[in-house]
Structures are given as C-alpha cells and as structure tokens.
Write a protein that binds this ligand. Structure first.
Ligand SMILES: [Zn+2]
Length: 563
C-alpha cells in the first residue's frame, strides 16, 4: 500500500453535509473537507497517513494477517465471509493501519483506524495492532498518535472483543510509566469500547469539528430514556465544553498541532549549574520602591495590566492551549498549555482575568477559577511530571470562587488536592504572582520551588475589602486593612513568602506590556536555569523545607540549600 500517494477521487464529490457538488481535485486539495459547509468527510487510513506524515517517511508496521474467528460466529452470514469481504473492499487486513514516520520532522508511531473495515470495530486483531504500535513507540521512545474511528466492540468476537479494552489500556499505562507522550485524534464516529479505552486514555485528545464520541450511542440513549437528545450531543464541540477533549482542531490544523506536541522535550541540565542572572530577579527589599498600600492594590488590579494570555502571546513560543478537566467542563478562568520559554519546553498554567473588555472579563469569571479549573491544572501538572517538563504558573486572581456552583463542585477539595500534588511533583515549578494573589485560589497554583511576585503584585489571605468588613466592620477601611495585611512585594520578600521580585516598567506593567513581558521572560529564564540542574530529590526536599518553615519562629528561608 502506498500511503504517500493520495488516491484518486471521481470528478465530482457530493458533500454529505450540505449536498453541494465539489470538484474532485478541489475536494482532495481541501483534505476532503467541504469548502461550503466545513463538514469533514471520512478518510481511509491510508489517506489519513498521507495527510499526517511528512512525504517519504512512512514505514508501515507489519500487521496480523491471519483470519481469526475465535467463536466460529455465524449470523445471517459467517464472520469469516464478512472479514474476507472487508479485506477485499478495503485492501486492509484489519480496521487499523499502523506506521512509523515523521510529523513536521518529529518522529512518531501512528495507529490509524479505518471505519470502512467492519465499522472500525474493536476485535482481537485491532487490540493486538494498537498494543503492538504502543510497544513500538515504547521501544523507540517516540510518541504514539492514535486516530480513532469506531462503532464499538466487534460482536462477532464476543467477550474476547471486550478484553481488548483492558489490553490496550494496559499498553497505554506502560507508556505512562515510561514517560512517552500519547495523543489521540478523535474522528467521526468514535464509540463504545474504543472511546472507553485507548481513545480517551491519551495524554492529549484532539477532535475534528463535528466528530462524535461517546460510550453509548445516541440511538441507544434515546430508546432507553424515551427522551430526545439536544442538538450537537456528543459532538467535538459538546465534548470540549464538557471538559472531555483538549481542543477541537480543523483537519488543516491537525498536523501543526501534532508537530508542536511531538516537539516537546524535557530540558537538558547544563553540565555546570548556571548561576541565575542577578538583575532579572530582585532579591533585596531595598531594591524596591516603597508604595502606599492602597495605591499598590489598585495597581495590582489595574484593568489594563497584562493578563496571563498577554504574557503568553509575547513570551511563549508555539503555545498549545489544552482544555478541560476530563470530568465536567473547561474552566475559562484558568488557561493552560504547552510551549517554549526561551527555547525550554514548559507546561504553563495561569489564571486569566480577561483584560480590559468587560464581556471577556465576565466570561473569564474575573479570573476566579471553578473547581474544574483547579482540576484542569492538576491534570496538566501530572502530564508535565510524566514528560519531565518544568511547570510555570502565572497567578492573577481575586481569590477562590464565592458561588454555590463552586461549592457543589467540591472547590475546597480541588484546591487541597493541588497543594498536595504540587508538594510532590517531581519537576521544577516556578510560580509568579503577576497581579492579584488572592487566598486559596492563588495558593492552588503557587506551591513552587521558586515563588516570585511582580513588583506591583500582591499576595494576601483575604481581599482588603473582605478583611475590613470582617475585622473593622467597615468596608471603607479597606486601605487601612491593605496596609495591615502587608501584602506587597517588599513585605512578601521580608516574610520569605516570595523568593524574589520581577521588576516592572517604571510606571507599572500596564503602561508597557512589551517591556513587562521582557522582564518577566528574563526572570523565568533565570529561575529555570537555577532549577533545571536540580534532581527530583533535591527539588522535593527543598520545596518541603520551604513551606515547612513558615510560622516556625524566625526560621523561614534559612534552612533551604543555596543554589
Ligand atoms: Zn458541505
């Protein structure tokens, strides 16, 4: 089979979405996506491989060829007859085609399902081929990319078909233990046993627009419940909203997204530990301007202050945002994803307030995370640990979420889980309070090896307004409370709560986003250089000592080892 040459199409193709007639050559050029309605036409496995792999790099992996009919199954026809027919029709031996090759120059092993072959059903041979692809990825230490399309289990192989879910899940667990990236690309439709095993166990799940995925199909659900399902149920867009997939990516974008993910590399420790640049991070209180407490609070909250995404746009290369907690929803108040800071691959996670536009601020809930936001952060921190990537967090939140939904969603436990997870995460963590660091909502991203604060950032157990209302019984006393809480960079440095201060442009970060981003980048580079040579034991011991020391009389940072 030649996967490098795309197969011919008839002169005209009718779109199954809008019934438009599309010129065959245009249809192929457009990757079989309708130019009128955007519907993604179904691809064969060979067409998919041709689209994803760099030309001339495909190396097909040997497939299991023998006909396998463990039950001697016969319905209106025998299973062997059906298999023979599927083979003759598709030119494939089974419903998955596996190959190794390069995607945007990055090596990978691919397992691509083909829906034409008995509905992409998961039989013993498919399970074996997926497992074999995983083992090839393991042996070569390259990422595994799975493109799924399946109606579910293969009934003709009975309960042995069910066992393939466990077998493939096991293979993916081995890749988790070995720190090898797995990505699945969900195409229409992906149901049943495939959805409930390797498709959703991947580290990153991207879905083509409109692709449907679920365990039970919509017809089964409607017949069982007697209720009509809403429009768009189980589509990629629905799954994104419900936190089940990392992103919905049009076909034209799949290759670049895979290229970015496959290019992530754990940082190499320099042979001689490099001392961080001294100017990039201020470590002495007398280097900082003494500002009126209330004025400082107003600067930290300035609506034009750069947000997490402003910084990401300016200092993170090839940022790939990842969404969802794989449980309930995607929290818009926390953004997270992979990218490179001055050439170092990192997992970046931050609160995002939304910037000056009120509508966008509302949509982002003013940077106050839902429990799903903390869970998304936790999921991606675990992924960073698996891949050996440093974690960078940017903190900018008024605080935890004072609403009933957050309580129903288990906000307290979600924050607590992050504190424990970060305490033991075996990769470097740098946290920067870029604006407001409000209470537990801020700390949920701030259990780090190096905690920095922007020169006009604040960090506090409660908002000055909240403190004034409770202790002064007068919200007007907020400026007095702000002074008493000692929440500014100078105070935080003196208390040992932060390790250093990131300078800002003279008038504040809001006056010059580019300059502020340059200063933050320099600080991050310095912090990463300091931490990357540390082995996990030293990171964890020092992180433990850092937080253990708080409150012990006059102890604070003295117990920490010196960089
Ligand atoms: Zn169309």
């Amino acid at each position: 089979m030649d996967v490098d040459r795309d197969e011919q199409e008839p002169d005209w193709v009718r779109c199954e979405g809008c019934a438009a007639l599309v010129y065959g050559k245009r249809w192929v050029r457009n990757l079989r996506v309708c130019p009128d309605c955007g519907r993604h036409g179904r691809l064969t496995a060979a067409q998919r491989l041709a689209q994803l792999l760099d030309p001339g790099t495909a190396e097909l992996l040997d497939g299991a060829a023998a006909v396998h009919d463990p039950l001697g199954f016969v319905d209106s026809r025998s299973y062997t007859e059906r298999l023979d027919e599927a083979r003759a029709d598709t030119g494939l031996t089974e419903a998955v085609l596996c190959a190794a090759g390069l995607i945007e120059g990055q090596p990978a092993v691919l397992a691509v399902m083909d829906f034409r072959f008995l509905g992409g059903s998961l039989g013993c041979a498919v399970g074996a081929l997926i497992t074999q692809a995983a083992h090839t990825a393991l042996a070569r230490r390259v990422p595994l990319v799975m493109v799924t399309a399946s109606g579910g289990a293969r009934m003709q192989e009975g309960v042995l078909s069910l066992m393939q879910m466990a077998k493939t899940a096991q293979a993916l667990a081995e890749l988790d233990e070995a720190g090898i990236l797995t990505v699945s690309v969900i195409t229409d439709p992906t149901y049943g046993g495939v959805a409930a095993s390797f498709a959703t166990l991947a580290d990153v799940i991207i879905a083509e627009p409109g692709a449907r995925m679920g365990f039970a199909g919509p017809r089964v659900i409607e017949q069982t419940t007697g209720e009509r399902l809403p429009e768009g149920f189980q589509t990629a867009e629905f799954l994104l909203e419900h936190g089940m997939v990392d992103d919905v990516v049009p076909r034209i974008g799949v290759r670049p997204v895979l290229g970015r993910l496959l290019g992530l590399r754990p940082p190499l420790a320099p042979s001689a530990p490099e001392a961080g640049s001294t100017e990039a991070i201020l470590r002495a209180a007398d280097e900082l301007t003494d500002r009126d407490a209330w004025e400082g609070v107003r600067l930290a909250r300035h609506p034009e202050r750069p947000t997490t995404l402003d910084y990401v746009r300016r200092l993170v290369d090839d940022f790939q945002e990842l969404h969802g907690d794989r449980l309930s929803e995607d929290c818009p108040a926390i953004v997270a994803g992979t990218g490179r800071v001055a050439g170092t691959s990192v997992m970046l996670i931050g609160h995002h307030k939304g910037g000056p536009d009120l509508g966008e601020r509302r949509r982002r809930n003013f940077g106050m995370a839902a429990p799903s936001g903390y869970r998304k952060a936790a999921r991606l921190m675990r992924l960073a640990a698996k891949l050996g990537l440093p974690v960078v967090t940017l903190i900018d939140t008024p605080g935890a979420n004072p609403g009933p939904d957050a309580e129903e969603g288990g906000q307290a436990a979600a924050i607590a889980e992050n504190l424990r997870l970060m305490a033991r995460l075996p990769v470097p963590i740098v946290a920067v309070l870029i604006g407001e660091g409000g209470s537990g909502g801020a700390l949920a991203l701030a259990v780090a090896d190096l905690v920095l604060v922007s020169a006009n950032g604040i960090y506090s157990v409660i908002s000055p307004e909240g403190c004034a209302a409770i202790l002064w019984k007068d919200p007007q006393a907020a400026p007095t409370a702000a002074d008493a809480l000692r929440l500014h960079a100078r105070d935080l440095l003196a208390l040992g709560v932060v390790d250093g201060v990131v300078p800002e442009p003279p008038e504040g970060a809001h006056q010059d986003h580019a300059a502020a981003a340059g200063l933050l980048e320099a600080a991050l580079v310095s912090a990463l250089h300091e931490l990357i040579p540390w082995d996990p034991q030293r990171l964890l011991a020092d992180r433990r000592n850092r937080f253990h020391a708080f409150g012990a009389a006059a102890a604070a940072p003295a117990e920490r080892s010196q960089p």
